[in-house]
Design a protein around this ligand. Structure first.
Ligand SMILES: [Zn+2]
Ligand SMILES: [Zn+2]
Length: 245
């Protein structure tokens, strides 16, 4: 099901992963994959100089090189840096709502299966906050497309709202259509994210109907694991192979 598909979303010890670039270069023989560390990342990927060094080091090992660009937070890349990247994944990990940062970490750990329950559940059941988060997601994704030229939208619906357990309730169909339209209109691929198991089936079916392109992202920070969730998601939404980057 996922055989031969290119895995764009992989971390190394150049941000918060545990595996070196040299080891990543070796696992390309297990399945085709690139490298896409977080930008910015404290101490390690702070600015364009760091990114250009990263690109050089990874490309010299034969890896295709991207970044996981932190939408709404990352500073703009210089044109030369952007052009040196093989691809750019944009992903949201927090949003600013009325001057306060809403962080995704607790929800992310839950969606990755690292915690048994979602401790912040009550807070995100508030409809006003949920609506503001959804609006902010559209804003920062729009900016990532317009200003930064992302190629792939990483874990598009991963947020505390997804962690509430019913993504069709947390994300009204109209909102999903707007997010999909942003991507389709700019030719930005929608990632099938193995680690978080997002987006959900109905979102992927809507995206398929609108003619979206897709991308595989294991989002691994350690050893290269199987793409079981990805295969199940692709199959459930019946996504055509020809739509994948
Ligand atoms: Zn991410
Ligand atoms: Zn990632």
């Amino acid at each position: 099901m996922t055989h031969g598909l290119f895995d764009h979303h992989i971390h190394s010890d150049r941000s918060d992963g545990t595996v070196s670039l040299a080891e990543r270069a070796r696992s390309v023989s297990i399945r085709p994959h690139g490298i896409s560390d977080h930008y910015p990342w404290r101490e390690k990927l702070r600015n364009d100089d760091d990114v250009l060094r990263y690109i050089d080091d990874a490309a010299r090992l034969g890896l295709r090189v991207g970044l996981e660009y932190d939408l709404g937070v990352a500073p703009p890349l210089l044109p030369r840096t952007r052009e040196s990247l093989h691809y750019l994944i944009g992903a949201v990990h927090q949003v600013e709502v009325d001057g306060l940062w809403v962080r995704y970490d607790v929800a992310g750990a839950f969606l990755k299966g690292r915690t048994k329950s979602f401790a912040e559940r009550e807070r995100f059941l508030a409809p006003v906050l949920a609506g503001r988060i959804r609006e902010r997601i559209l804003d920062v994704v729009g900016a990532g497309i317009q200003r930064d030229g992302i190629d792939i939208l990483g874990h598009a619906t991963m947020s505390p709202l997804a962690a509430l357990g019913d993504p069709e309730a947390a994300y009204p169909a109209e909102w999903q259509e707007r997010l999909i339209a942003l991507c389709v209109g700019a030719g930005v691929a929608i990632e099938i994210n193995e680690a978080y198991g997002v987006p959900h089936r109905e979102f992927l079916e809507r995206a398929k109907l609108r003619g979206a392109a897709f991308s595989v992202g294991s989002d691994t920070h350690g050893p290269l694991g199987p793409l079981d969730r990805t295969a199940a998601m692709i199959e459930a939404a019946d996504l055509p192979r020809g739509r994948f980057l």
